[in-house]
Design a protein around this ligand. Sequence first.
Ligand code: ADP
Ligand code: MG
Length: 612
Amino acid sequence: MAEREPVIGIDLGTTNSVVATLQGAAPAVIKSRSGSTLTPSIVALTKTGKTLVGEIAKRQAVTNPESTVYSAKRLIGRKFSAKQTQQAVKNLSYRVETGDHDDIRIRLGDKTLSLPEVSAMVLRELKLDAEAFFGKPVRKAVITVPAYFNDGQRQATKDAGRIAGLEVLRILNEPTAAALAYGFGKNVNGKIAVFDLGGGTFDISVLEVGSGVFDVIATGGDTYLGGEDFDGRVIDWLAADFQKEHSIDLKADRMALQRLKQAAEKAKIELSTARETQLNLPFICTPAGGGGALHLQKTLTREKLEELCADLVARTVTICEQVFAEARVKTIDLKEMILVGGMTRMPRVQDAVKEYFRRDPCRGVHPDEVVALGAAVQADALTNEESDVVLLDVTPQSLGVAIAGGYVRTLIQKNTTVPTSFTEVFNTSRDNQTTVKIMVLQGESDLAHKNELLGEFILTGLRQAKRGEVEVDVTFEINSEGIVSVSARDRETGQQQSIQVTASGGLTEDELKRILDEQADLMLEAKVEEEVKTKQTELKALMKEVTELMPQLTEATRGDEFGQDALRKANKALEVARPAAERGDLVKVTESIDTLTRTISLFKGVLQRIGR
Ligand code: ADP
Ligand code: MG
């Protein structure tokens, strides 16, 4: 038998990155060439023109603040002008510029780099570590991203992989990866939650695990909520006091800011074990007016830190509440709760989580390594025919198109299992409208401008006719990596336009509203009546499919708790679907289509696992 090509899983973190692979029967972290399991996601250019990556780049950050790039993940796939970017940039010591397409560029020496190029340097370093471990080239990898990353951020991460010379087998959600690692090789049955608070992002996911099937029920999070925000609170507290005392803004000095940042993070970490800690920053600045250097010396207690960060901790809980409500899952029904990410070591975070979930987190899961381990499991599953891991992930946000009146027509609801596709018929909204504009939106609001614009394109050459007479099919497709493509087709001529959506978001609400107003004449109208009929037909077909699969599943899973549970759910779903299919209430029909689609995916997963 030919030896299998090595494959790796990479957790490309905001703060730290980890690479892992399946060794024998279990996934394990590959240590860096310098012997550590974590590689800081930091890139630097030295005064002599050398590029540094990882630990060595981190070590020189204070003396080279302008040319040391950290937290690139907070900026990847975003727009320069976006409010959140502007907010994030404030606390960075390196220079961020705008590119030609409102993309973000990083200035490093006399070069400007895109974010995928910066992340690629970190990935290349991990690739080299893996190659040193295997003693041969490594090309194939699974890379993880926060579940809440939107399409543009996923694409940009994939680009980073390509630039690093990797074939990216799959972009995988971090919490899903954690669950994979947790459940791998164990006979786990039931619902689990993954709470991941890292350096830059927060994610919460609820999964149903059983017989090697990992079914994500719901996911939510905030890509601007992580350890750096906690550090930021300490920095602001230090800087505000210093300002009061000396009337000097330390944050305006890049080197001072970098030192504040390191000291703040160090104090925060120390306060996870100690009750109080000293911040000591001698010679923090030399005032221009003379009078000698100034020093910063302060004591920070755990209580004070908790007070400064109370709202950040509270936000994680609020997001959990939303996700559990949407998933219609009670925390009491969870089999296990898994903590991921360095910030979950903070006692206040642990307490808040315990209080909300009313249970202790799972022991024996390494919060720093578990995501990379899961990525390694998935990488193996994708390249090894003998693997019996089945993964069903979901799309984190709803997707739709802007329609006349400034509204959104949602084609794919959030938490729909991917891959998925959906087509809907639309009408022209004006007489003699020969052109339509398809604006692809991601988000949960019914008002178009309150969502994020993912991309747009135009379909021209429609027949001149009365409003509502010309019909256009719009199709959305999401692949298993959460990447979206959209097409529109003139039903009469068959003429078609499509895009793979690339990041173009980052417009402010006002900007998007203005664009929508300007283009009002080009919008389509939803075709509701017809749609109800189409959906009723679709629902009936799904009911038939489920009914036909049930005996097969009963047969295959006799005595298996997970199978029985799936059957019970299917029965319940059918009970709800029957009256919906008859009466044709659009909302109920759509909901039932969702549940039954999930049921079928689940059934197929179970059957595939059992080998039928
Ligand atoms: P990411 O996945 O975003 O790279 P990590 O999971 O590595 O992030 O978490 C990094 C964050 O965790 C940083 O903000 C770091 O300061 C914080 N952190 C690490 N260890 C501790 C600790 N013992 N107490 C509190 N925070 C910690
Ligand atoms: Mg992480």
